[in-house]
Design a protein around this ligand. Sequence first.
Ligand code: NDP
Length: 502
Amino acid sequence: MKPCSAINLGALSPCTLVIFGASGDLTSRKLIPALHGLFLSDSLPHPFHIVGCARTALDAEAFRTLLHEAIRTSGPAPPAGWEEFARHISYIPVQYGDAKSFTRLAESLRQLDRDHQTQGNRICYLATPPSLYPVIAAQLGQAGLAAEGPGGKGWVRIVVEKPFGRDLTSALELDQILHQSFREHQIFRIDHYLAKETVQNILMLRFANAIFEPLWNRGHIDYVGIVAAEQLGVEHRAGYYEQTGILRDMFQNHMQQLLALTAMEPPSLFEAERVRDEKAKCARSLKPLVRETMAEHLVLGQYGPGSSQGRPVAGYRDEPGVAPDSRTPTFAMLRLFVDNWRWRDVPFYLVSGKRLPHKETKIVIQFKPVPHSMFRDMLAERIIANRLTLGIYPEEEITLTFQTKTPGSRVCLRPVTMDFKYNQDSAAPPLDAYAKVLLDVIQGDHMLFWRQDGVELAWSFLTPILEECESCGDRAPQLHTYPAGSWGPEAAQEWIRLILNN
Ligand code: NDP
């Protein structure tokens, strides 16, 4: 029998999912397709109801049509079972700054609880621009929509999308406002990256196999590379990106999570608090970057004109909505050190950028060369050291490179790879990341969500770097231009070659 733990669907409590910002991109592109998929596989609780809330004046029918259009035009075939799924969807317009609007919302939700017998269990999903998170959280508190019933009945959960603030101070402010109405166990800070099957697999690979963990340290590992490359440019999100840039968009959350999963110590049990404790310990061990030497550890870039998929494309500053003198970085390469017993002096290279040659996410574990080569008199070339690659996108795979003898009379070595494709030998399709996080919120499982101390530690590390970069001081890392479609600025090429080509 295969060791796996299944979701006990019978144990899922009935509930209502209230989505704020429901007229937006995230709802129609990610949340509704994920919920629709869960509905088709009968993985949602019974009963279950979805309420869209936003300022746009819509009725339920118009809202369902809007969602149907979005899902129909993005998929290869008309969505199966849509009519039945759509019966679980309604819409209530709200004005975020208006207390009366939330009082009316509370009354409508209580009526829906009675109509659909969802027992007062409720998830409030904030799918709005981040500036509205504090406003909505406070309104929910004032309207009595944050309070839970006695004895675990009528639970209330709030889901907050990244970014959780834009620096340490604003992250602390957001947390304070959330905690005025909600308790920590009610708060789910989403990073859907963590719910990707291959990202979850990092812990399984490390801690469910005896062969890797003894080698997973400074004694055997030369360096670690973590790459999250985007082929696309800023697209239609200039308004968001101009305020954010690559460091806030990727490094504060996804990249630090991939780093934590790669570098953390084994928890005593695969359980939310213990896993999050170990991640926090890892974040606490990050060696801060100091102003004097920051430029030696960080390369920042912004894409200029170039080509992508054989077509000429504009530079970042020429994109619609971007300031012509914008200093927003679209590429960063950060060399950092986890200052503890296991990892001392092992560099971790974190690379992410937009308009790179292709979309790719992977973690490279580069082992040290053999300590002594008995083949040195026969081989012209050095022996290529072993490398373990955890592919997250587009290939969900694990690859181990090692040396073998080339067949024939001569003594020659050749590097070969052993591949594991994540989906091979698996009958079940992988669970979409948003479907996974939504199911976890419904079940109240915090394992894949950020805890506040993790958010604060991530910002504590990054905020001084952001301040230095944004100060444009003498020693601040320079913002290099790189051609769209290349692997970033010239200044990063030495590290890029190390990670990508060995
Ligand atoms: P949108 O920009 O599409 O906004 C969502 C909705 O919020 C809009 O439909 C609009 O609804 C309302 N809104 C927008 N601007 C304002 C404003 N200034 N004041 C009041 N209401 C406003 O956002 P997304 O759906 O793309 O993203 C939602 C959240 O999820 C963001 O925090 C984003 O960072 C995060 N996120 C998004 C991802 C994505 O793929 N889109 C991926 C990961 C995270 P109305 O006018 O009807 O009120």
